[in-house]
Ligand binder design. Structure first.
Ligand SMILES: Cc1cc2nc3c(=O)[nH]c(=O)nc-3n(C[C@H](O)[C@H](O)[C@H](O)COP(=O)(O)OP(=O)(O)OC[C@H]3O[C@@H](n4cnc5c(N)ncnc54)[C@H](O)[C@@H]3O)c2cc1C
Length: 472
């Protein structure tokens, strides 16, 4: 290692790895320090239950990853990343045995909402979908450091996306489209009536139509391993099993980039109360299952979807989200996000067997057990599911926080997305990646564009670092 590095990155989640790669690609010397014994943060894969069952303890479905401008500009396929597409990106079953679907095809998706809402859906998404590649670049780079590539489409997206999801859903007359749309908003644990929550649902829908909601062959670890291998090829050094507690723990460098939570960064870098007003959000209770066969969903569409949302209706989803995020209690009938990687990727389980995960929302720091409530919900839509369970691994807020220091109180979004903090994270600033310390930067999902495996917070932070280093 040179006596003075250009950049040290702390934390090897998708954002830390992306920042490290992008700075190494510009010819800078980079070293990365990760607390755990493997890289990946929220994109890892482990045999959590039985031998041969490869589970993703955190992220599994990658609509944001496959659409990420940062990932798309890297040769990750050369380093082993392969996206696999389930037949349907997502299904949202109803008690009558039918399902609304998010398909690659806008027409198929619209048709699943019924004749009264099909036209409204097409009119909403088609104009944005035609300009998706520039739109995704523009809004994932917010706050803008340069002029938007397509200001008209960004403005149109803003008009639709900035109001609460409850407003946007008023354009639908039946229950099916709002049910599926509410479920997508809930992926970031946002309350349905919150500022800019329409944008969340739109992004997931558009991402699905544009490039699907794929899984990574072999598990989400392969996203992280590809980024890490690329970084090493560019000359970057990776040190695992190295928890950083103070800046003095790190070698001398011109810049330090933190893929950590803001308050942890303040402690480590001596920034005092700078992030004291940053709020953490609700948590989830997650179960990873090893199954003896495929999920016996009643709705046939759900059997071939990578992701299945178990609501069923907008009001049920709203009630469950409110319980966890506002009322401070676990929902009696949780809204579930579930992923079944082995329907598309046979490497995840022994022949004929399956991996499957489900989580429901619970308050931050909640210490109960949601297993029974989750399994009752699953049985409603997949009767007989319990008989297929070979093994389960559960993780509530405390276990999630141990898995990753960024999940404070089990908050998997690394910061509440309620109110203005959805977009203005970690605080109101034109440069959310810089800090009062001129050599210290933040790049985690506590900065825009927020949670998800897309590396764009790392990409935006790398630009801020590059600008500072060039000027010095
Ligand atoms: C249960 C669950 C399901 C999810 N599902 C999806 C999904 O399907 N699709 C999707 O796109 N996203 C999903 N996410 C969200 C996604 O995983 C995160 O938003 C994403 O990983 C954030 O990336 P990051 O780089 O900001 O931070 P992280 O991935 O959290 O990585 C931070 C890294 O920093 C390390 N670190 C922290 N503090 C220190 C320190 N002091 N010293 C050294 N290292 C440190 C941590 O160990 C960790 O490796 C899910 C998350 C969870 C928990």
């Amino acid at each position: 290692m040179p006596s003075m590095l250009d950049v040290v990155v702390v934390g090897a989640g998708p954002n830390g790895l992306t920042a490290a790669v992008e700075l190494a690609r510009r010819g800078l010397s980079v070293a990365l320090f990760e607390a755990k014994d493997t890289v990946g943060g929220g994109a890892r894969t482990q045999e959590l239950t039985l031998p041969g069952f490869r589970h993703d303890p955190c992220s599994a479905a990658h609509p944001l990853g496959i659409n990420s401008p940062a990932f798309r500009a890297m040769p990750l396929q050369r380093y082993g990343l392969e996206w696999v597409q389930p037949e349907l990106p997502m299904a949202h079953p109803f008690p009558d045995g039918t399902a609304a679907v998010l398909s690659r095809s806008v027409a198929e998706t619209a048709a699943s909402f019924g004749p009264r809402d099909a036209g409204a859906y097409r009119r909403m998404v088609e104009p944005l979908l035609h300009r998706w590649d520039t739109l995704v670049q523009d809004f994932m780079s917010l706050p803008l450091s340069a002029l938007p590539r397509d200001p008209v489409t960004l403005a149109r997206f803003g008009l639709l996306g900035l109001p609460p999801a409850t407003w946007l859903m008023r354009r639908f007359r039946d229950e099916r489209a709002p049910a599926l749309f509410s479920g997508m908003v809930a992926h970031t644990i946002a309350p349905l009536g919150g500022f800019a929550t329409s944008a969340i649902g739109l992004v997931f829908a558009l991402a699905g139509h544009a490039r699907g909601w794929p899984l990574a062959r072999g598990g989400s670890q392969s996203v992280s391993d590809a980024l890490a291998a690329y970084l090493e090829d560019l000359g970057g050094a990776i040190h695992t099993d190295y928890e950083v507690k103070r800046l003095d723990d790190l070698p001398p460098a011109r810049a330090y980039v933190f893929d950590t939570s803001p308050r942890a960064l303040a402690r480590i870098a001596g920034l005092g109360r700078y992030y004291d007003r940053f709020r953490y959000g609700p948590s989830v209770f997650k179960i990873d299952y090893a199954l003896d066969g495929p999920m016996p969903w009643t709705a046939k569409e759900a059997r071939s979807a990578g992701t299945v949302q178990v609501g069923p209706y907008k009001s049920d989803i709203g009630t469950a989200l409110r319980a966890a995020s506002v009322e401070g209690r676990a929902p009696e009938a949780p809204f579930l996000i579930t992923v079944q990687p082995s329907v598309a990727d046979p490497t995840r389980a022994p022949a004929g067997k399956h991996t499957f995960w489900a989580y429901g929302h619970v308050p931050n720091g909640w210490d109960g057990d949601l297993t029974d409530a989750i399994e009752r919900q699953l049985e409603r839509f997949a009767p007989g599911f319990r008989d297929l369970v070979l093994a389960r691994a559960t993780a509530g807020p405390a276990e999630l926080a141990v898995h990753n220091a960024n999940y404070v109180g089990g908050d998997i979004a690394s910061g509440s997305v309620a109110g203005l903090q959805l977009m203005l994270r970690p605080k109101l600033s034109l440069s959310p990646y810089t800090t009062p310390h001129p050599a210290v930067f933040l790049c985690s999902s506590s900065t825009p564009p927020g949670p998800g495996v897309h590396g764009m917070s790392g990409h935006n932070a790398a630009k801020a670092v590059w600008k500072r280093l060039r000027a010095s």
